[in-house]
Design a binder for this molecule. Structure first.
Ligand code: KIV
Ligand code: NA
Length: 275
């Protein structure tokens, strides 16, 4: 299995790191078989698989439940699990207990925490306890209500400076990698140069050390609206709808099941069975 050292090496060799989100056994298994470098069990699962309208309702238990399924589907792939809303903000003790649960019960390789300066203590403490941490700055969806919507971050000189400083602070706290979400390409390029841990971008341009997309966005599966930064590589909504409509039609018209889908019994074994 790759380690976070492998990812630093990839950064230094300009070998782009491919991260995919996965939330269950099949998405993990297929991602691993396709050859992604790392898997993120993102709290985006709240939206794309649980149907909430933000990541805020997602619990530690939800993350463990999905994280375990992902690990069963991709036991050989470096897997990161999101610490969900308010699971690392209440107190040191609460953060450490949640970190312990998420890390121990799933067997993941790392956890991810959203935030900059305000979470450096948590990153240090969890790292010192033996839990590798991935940072996440720029657009941090757990802060959506404070930020006033999902918007590009770091568009002014002042904001850009703050993000560069946050990236450095997160690295200094011991993070093994850093997700940059929805920041201008040039800023993401500067941050990627300024820090020695790999940056993984989503809506952050081509100069990050790696890229991540949400599984259901990339496949257009169960999602309608896609953000500007998503490239849909197929449209499973269409494929699945076509298949299900055909199934419904064939059942209604008694065209399914056919003989080839059916088990038989010898006529004489039926003796006395008819009413
Ligand atoms: O939850 C998630 O899927 C994420 C990625 C978009 C980085 O945090
Ligand atoms: Na997330």
């Amino acid at each position: 299995m790759k380690t976070h050292r492998s990812f630093v090496k990839m950064k230094n060799e300009s070998d782009k790191i491919v991260m995919m989100t996965a939330y269950d056994y099949p998405s993990a298994k297929i991602s691993a078989e396709a050859g992604v470098d790392m898997i993120l069990v993102g709290d985006s699962l709240g939206m794309v698989v649980l149907g909430y309208d933000s990541t805020i309702p997602v619990t530690v238990e939800d993350m463990i439940h999905h994280g375990k399924a992902v690990r069963r589907g991709a036991p050989e792939t470096f897997t990161i699990i999101d610490m969900p809303f308010m699971s690392f903000n209440i107190s040191k003790e609460d953060t450490m207990l949640n970190g312990k649960k998420l890390f121990q019960e799933t067997g993941a390789q790392a956890l991810k925490i959203e935030g900059g300066h305000e979470v450096v203590d948590q990153i240090t403490q969890l790292t010192q306890a033996g839990i590798p941490i991935v940072g996440h700055i720029g657009l941090t969806p757990q802060q959506v209500n404070v930020m006033g919507g999902y918007r590009v971050q770091g568009k002014t000189n002042e904001e850009a400076k703050r993000l560069i400083n946050e990236a450095k602070a997160v690295e200094e706290a011991g993070a093994i990698a850093l997700v940059l979400e929805c920041v201008p390409e040039k800023l993401a390029a500067i941050i990627s140069k300024e820090i020695s841990i790999p940056t993984i971008g989503i809506g952050a341009g081509k100069d990050c050390d790696g890229q991540v997309l949400v599984y259901h966005d990339l496949l257009q599966y169960g999602v309608d609206r896609l953000a500007k930064f998503v490239k849909p590589y197929t449209n499973l909504n269409e494929h699945v709808t076509t298949a299900l409509s055909q199934y419904i039609k064939e059942v209604k018209h008694q065209e399914f099941p056919l003989k080839e889908h059916t088990y038989s019994i010898n006529e004489d074994e039926l003796e006395g069975l008819y009413g």
